[in-house]
Design a protein. Structure first.
Length: 211
């Protein structure tokens, strides 16, 4: 579990494609100092397991499923990535609950300055947009952001100068892809309501005068 508050950025050191598994190496001056083998680390919003650490480089194994459902497969050597260690019980929850399980890949449609801030309009697939609501939370490349506006195909977020400097969004441009994870609360609500419909509870409540 993560919060969407990026604590460090790293650099892609290597991307070794093998049969069945691709090994990703991320060099980090911060997170790698405290990380241990077996730790969960969010890399651009994707929950990955540290398989080993060699001279400040954290190594992760990526499955075909991970490569197919995220944009990690398109990373290039030297590219900057967002990093966040897993949430500990004593940590502050500064963002929102983020699982690191990507719901879909979006694409930056617009990017423009708005005073000292930056506005991003991001197109997203239906499986993501169904959970996106105005003033709700969404993780964009692992960054916890608030939705300013949303329609059926895209949503708008605004980032402050600190977020632009401390994450990779400042380097992203129109056409670039981003990993998206919708707020897990919406998924639980949908599942609960779906279960109610399947059990016919709504009709039973209506029979007692509840609508």
């Amino acid at each position: 579990m993560f919060t969407g508050i990026i604590t460090d950025t790293g650099t892609v050191w290597s991307l070794d494609r093998r049969a069945g598994v691709t090994r990703l190496g991320i060099r980090s001056e911060g997170v790698s100092r405290t990380a241990e083998r077996g730790d969960s680390i969010s890399v651009n919003g994707v929950c990955l397991t540290v398989t080993s650490i060699e001279r400040g480089v954290m190594l992760f194994d990526l499955s075909a499923e991970t490569l197919g459902s995220t944009n990690l497969g398109s990373l290039k050597r030297g590219e900057r990535v967002n990093l966040e260690p897993a949430l500990r019980a004593m940590d502050r929850l500064g963002g929102h609950f983020v699982t690191g399980h990507i719901d879909g890949v979006g694409r930056i449609r617009q990017k423009r300055g708005a005073g000292e801030t930056r506005e991003f309009v991001i197109s997203a697939p239906p499986e993501v947009m169904r959970y996106v609501v105005k003033k709700g939370s969404i993780a964009v490349d692992g960054i916890s952001l608030t939705v300013v506006e949303a329609d059926e195909e895209s949503f708008k977020v605004v980032i402050i100068p600190h977020t632009e400097r401390a994450t990779t969004l400042g380097q992203k441009g129109v056409g670039d892809t981003v990993n998206l994870e919708a707020d897990i609360i919406g998924k639980y609500v949908e599942r609960f309501l779906s279960s109610r419909r399947e059990q016919g509870l709504e009709k039973k409540l209506e029979a007692f005068g509840f609508k």
